[in-house]
Ligand binder design. Structure first.
Ligand code: OGA
Ligand code: MN
Length: 295
């Protein structure tokens, strides 16, 4: 069967069949996958159960894999793990454990690694164990949010710089950090408007980590960032993926945001392994000092 790209909505998301991504891919095949990624932002590959080595090999076709850091259980490896299972003991992590609390932040719309000096091109999440109900992942198109703007609004956005801040976003869900931890995550700056180099289509870098527009008063800044996210979230610009065993999903961290949804973490097991591909190159701006939140 030839590689087939089936769009799932008129705006974004496509299912890819007729290819085995657990095996090495020739350049012509990968070019079709990359082109589908640039055009549809989210690619869903059903029935591709993979191990770590296979996921790394597939991921490296997109670029360099980030080393995960911070508070994720996969810190220091090529993987970020979304799971309620303690990988060392195999036991379910209690609900009130700090590690589960951290995962709650995943339920805010976000793009991965926007709080890093160099953002991410895409993430690849493979379903290793899924709960029978719940635990879907939702996606929203920040490309659609940009494209729905008027020409005047697009012009206004063009030069804007957005500050992303991990300490700020985790604060939204009540997470507190030690001064040592805080020092590890200084705020970073990125251009708000992103351009896909292969399609020329533009999007905006918003989501939970986006704290403010540099130089704007807090209320105007918040209204812009919230308005863009609200547009991305509209039913026609978003998509909910219910995981099946062995699904692999690739999402664009420049053109979309995503969020986790709840499941019964004390009853069911969920193990998802994520690789994250860096956008590459130098940071867009030097890592600066934290912009105080203004009333
Ligand atoms: C992630 C993420 C959502 C989920 O892996 O970056 O946000 O549903 N996952 O696990
Ligand atoms: Mn994420």
């Amino acid at each position: 069967m030839p590689l087939t790209v089936t769009p799932l909505t008129p705006v974004f998301c496509a299912e890819i069949t007729g290819v085995d991504i657990t095996k090495p891919l020739d350049d012509a095949t990968f070019a079709k996958i990359r082109s589908a990624f640039d055009n549809h932002s989210i690619l869903i590959f059903p029935d591709q159960p993979m191990n770590d080595a296979q996921q790394i090999a597939f991921s490296e076709r997109f670029g360099q894999i980030e080393r995960s850091g911070g508070v994720n259980p996969g810190a220091g490896t090529s993987f970020s793990r979304q799971s309620n299972i303690d990988i060392k003991t195999g036991a379910v992590i209690p609900k009130d454990d700090r590690r589960m609390f951290y995962q709650k932040a995943n339920m805010l719309w976000h793009a991965d690694s926007t709080f890093k000096p160099v953002t991410s091109l895409c993430s690849i999440l493979s379903a290793r164990e899924i709960p029978p109900v719940g635990g879907a992942t939702e996606f929203a198109s920040t490309r659609a949010a940009y494209e729905e703007l008027s020409d005047a609004e697009k012009a206004e956005l063009e030069g804007l710089i957005v500050e992303h801040d991990f300490i700020y976003s985790r604060g939204l869900v009540g997470f507190t950090f030690t001064p040592e931890e805080t020092a590890k995550f200084p705020p970073v700056r990125h251009r708000l408007v992103r351009t896909n180099k292969n399609t020329g289509r533009k999007s905006v870098l918003v989501g939970a980590h986006a704290k403010c527009i540099v130089g704007w008063p807090e209320d105007r800044s918040r209204a812009l960032l919230d308005g863009l996210l609200a547009c991305a979230e509209k039913p026609e610009n978003s998509f909910r993926h219910e995981w099946r065993d062995g699904d692999v999903v690739v999402w664009d961290n420049q053109a979309a945001v995503h969020r986790a949804t709840p499941y019964d973490t004390e009853r069911y097991r969920r193990v998802m392994e994520r690789t994250t591909i860096t956008f590459g190159g130098a940071p867009e701006f030097p890592v600066g000092t934290r912009t105080a939140a203004r009333a």
